[in-house]
Design a protein around this ligand. Structure first.
Ligand SMILES: NC(=O)c1ccc[n+]([C@@H]2O[C@H](COP(=O)([O-])OP(=O)(O)OC[C@H]3O[C@@H](n4cnc5c(N)ncnc54)[C@H](OP(=O)(O)O)[C@@H]3O)[C@@H](O)[C@H]2O)c1
Length: 326
């Protein structure tokens, strides 16, 4: 028997941490003992039933996990290998990793980079790996340090805080947009050179505004993303990866056709393995693990439901790493 955060919809929606056994595990060729998991925005949406994330019931929540392989019929993995998992529909259509045990597909797994412990990999989680996917997309566009200010929205969130840490470590001048007036010191500690109130970006704005940003990492969507595009300098790029303000994009084509800016979409869930491995290798090289520790709060699996509600209420700073044994 082992503990899992089970979401069900037998009659009404329910979420509970309870004991299940191996018969509850789904199909798959690799079984892992999940030592650490994490709470991402998407996990919180699923656990609080705020959005139709889960598409098969009952579900075990948890889009991320890290731990050791205990059983494998996959040619890729052997018992004892230490691996991590991000996305691929896990926690949505395939039972997930907010549990002490998970059965997964070998081709979904990434070998744990030697630079990180399983706990650190989950402190990074999908949020941090997505932040790195945004950095890689901007670099493919041609962004280099010294080209100008880089805006990060949702800056105290999971994606945002790791994006601030990564971009500043790479030598960019980072401007962090946040709604949390109490967290300016935290953001400066991560490397933000300047901080703006997110209210400057969240209301409807003009199609073209003063050119401010060489590049943008946006985790917020809606008017914030529209304004970020309207403020991006000629030829600059904006990565869109999130919807914390909203799914809508109330923008015009003006920044694209008059300033040649690029809007780069970033998806972590179905990203190909080569890109995942590149992102994790770059995280190992570029992310300061002391900053990661400052971003991370540890919670027990037994409190994950309550913490998901806090995350949805915008009360969480940085990343929540989940100890599945507690
Ligand atoms: N594309 C992908 O594959 C992918 C992967 C990971 C995450 N995401 C998405 O990226 C977004 C961020 O994820 P996360 O894990 O970083 O979530 P998070 O930790 O909850 O961070 C979101 C941050 O956005 C800001 N925010 C919240 N509500 C807002 C609002 N109404 N208006 C403006 N800003 C608001 C807050 O930052 P401040 O308080 O500092 O303003 C909050 O901390 C989510 O929408 C998530 O679904 C997408």
């Amino acid at each position: 028997m082992f503990n899992a955060l089970v979401l069900d919809k037998a009659r009404e929606f329910s979420a509970s941490v309870r004991e299940v056994d191996d018969a509850f595990l789904p199909e798959g060729d690799v079984t892992i003992e999940v030592a650490w998991s994490t709470l991402n925005y998407k996990d919180a949406l699923a656990i609080t039933n705020r959005s139709p994330i889960v598409r098969s019931w009952p579900m075990v929540a948890g889009i991320d996990g890290a731990g050791a392989v205990v059983q494998s019929s996959s040619p890729l993995w052997r018992a004892g290998d230490v691996v991590l998992l991000n996305g691929f529909g896990v926690g949505e259509t395939h039972k997930g990793c907010l549990a002490q045990r998970a059965r997964l597909k070998g081709e979904w797994l990434v070998r744990l980079p030697p630079a990180f412990s399983p706990r650190q990999a989950m402190a990074i989680g999908t949020a941090g790996y997505t932040a790195m996917l945004c950095v890689l997309a901007l670099e493919r566009h041609g962004l280099k340090p010294g080209q100008g200010d880089v805006l990060v929205t949702g800056a105290t969130g999971g994606v945002g805080s790791i994006a601030v840490a990564l971009l500043s470590a790479l030598g960019h001048r980072v401007v962090a947009a946040t709604g949390k007036a109490s967290e300016h010191e935290f953001l400066r500690g991560l490397g933000a050179a300047d901080i703006i109130d997110r209210a400057e970006l969240s209301a409807p704005g003009k199609p073209l505004q003063k050119e401010r940003w060489a590049a943008v990492v946006d985790a917020v969507g809606s008017h914030t993303l529209a304004n970020a595009c309207a403020q991006t300098r000629y030829g600059g790029a904006v990565t869109a990866c999130g919807l914390a303000q909203g799914m809508d994009l109330p923008a015009t084509v003006a920044p694209f056709i008059l300033r040649g800016i690029s809007l780069l979409g970033v998806d972590s869930v179905m990203a190909p393995m080569s890109l995942r491995e590149q992102a994790w290798a770059r995280l190992a090289r570029d992310l300061d693990v002391r900053k990661l520790e400052a971003i991370t709060s540890e919670i027990p699996l037994s409190s994950a439901i309550e913490q998901a509600q806090r995350l949805m209420a915008g009360q969480v700073r940085g990343r929540l790493v989940v100890d599945t044994a507690a």
